[in-house]
Design a protein around this ligand. Structure first.
Ligand SMILES: NC(=O)c1ccc[n+]([C@@H]2O[C@H](COP(=O)([O-])OP(=O)(O)OC[C@H]3O[C@@H](n4cnc5c(N)ncnc54)[C@H](OP(=O)(O)O)[C@@H]3O)[C@@H](O)[C@H]2O)c1
Length: 269
């Protein structure tokens, strides 16, 4: 079991646990000794992950306040939380701003930004309780919040407007939160990946498999979910006084948001 420097068990609530980066983060944290509560909507996929990894799971739609309240009650009843790892999120559509459907934009704002706010509000009291117990027991303690935003939060691109706006909103929430918590032993970490080849993200965004596959075509090693999960585990396993504010990570083939090399990477002659 992973413990803090003060010797207390670490327990992470990991959202987005039914697929992609969140699922890989559950595996990575379990492999490094964490207790984990995995959260997503699809209970069947969560049950399979629980059977495989020994993680606890809880099915919730993070766009519904009642579900987030139920999650907080479940967390309190099952041992509390030292670390919130918010991975759930997504994109819908690649429309230009003038063509975008406000329903898609509202969904992206809900699932990426508002869910982060709901989770912070619901779980921060329990993160503080965990610190207090650790301090009472061992003289010191800390808690963590970690959010997976995106390079889409940093640089806009044509057809990205709704996702850019939603992820930038999430990132700004994270930046504000870090300052608001100044003076408390609570880390606020942002992981911002570029292109990650996960099975569902682009498929959900564009709606059909061949268009989704074309996005990654010829790219020499896009990031995979496990790459991001390793970084999440590294940031959380670092000593408690070390806050990795913002980790931007991309595949080598993607030197910038607009500069994606297709073809094998090789040294110039
Ligand atoms: N893939 C990329 O290229 C990439 C790059 C940068 C950043 N990101 C970010 O990384 C995160 C994970 O991406 P991914 O590639 O792993 O995507 P993914 O495979 O589509 O995973 C999204 C996760 O979010 C959960 N989720 C979606 N809506 C939810 C809701 N209303 N309530 C609760 N859970 C919900 C999904 O589970 P259920 O459907 O079971 O609810 C799923 O587990 C997202 O925040 C994404 O924006 C992805």
């Amino acid at each position: 079991m992973t413990t803090s420097e003060a010797g207390a068990a670490r327990r992470a609530v990991v959202t987005g646990a039914s697929s992609g980066i969140g699922e890989a983060a559950v595996r990575a944290l379990r492999a490094s000794g964490w207790e984990v509560l995995g959260v997503a909507r699809r209970a069947d996929r969560l049950a399979a992950l629980a059977a495989e990894t020994g993680a606890d799971v809880f099915a919730a739609d993070l766009t519904r306040q009642a579900d987030v309240d139920a999650l907080a009650a479940h967390v309190a009843a099952t041992g509390g939380v030292t670390s919130l790892v918010h991975v759930a999120g997504g994109a819908r559509g690649t429309d230009r701003v003038e063509d975008g459907d406000p329903v898609d934009w509202a969904w992206m704002f809900e699932v990426n930004a508002l869910s982060a706010q709901r989770l912070v509000k619901a779980l921060l009291p329990q993160l503080r309780d965990a610190i207090r117990s650790e301090i009472a027991r061992a003289g010191r303690g800390h808690a963590d919040t970690l959010f997976v935003t995106s390079t889409a939060a940093q640089v806009a691109y044509p057809g990205g407007g709704g996702y850019n706006a939603a992820k930038a909103a999430e990132a700004m929430l994270v930046h504000a939160l870090r300052q608001e918590l100044n003076g408390e032993p609570i880390r606020v970490i942002e992981v911002a990946p570029g292109m990650v080849h996960t099975p569902e993200f682009t498929l959900n965004r564009v709606g059909d498999q061949s268009t989704a596959d074309a996005l990654y075509e010829g790219v020499d090693h896009p990031l995979v979910a496990e790459d991001v999960a390793d970084v999440i585990a590294y940031a959380l396993n670092a000593p408690g006084h070390v806050n990795l504010d913002l980790i931007t990570m991309r595949p080598v083939a993607q030197s910038a948001q607009h500069l994606l090399h297709r073809g094998t990477l090789s040294p110039r002659d």
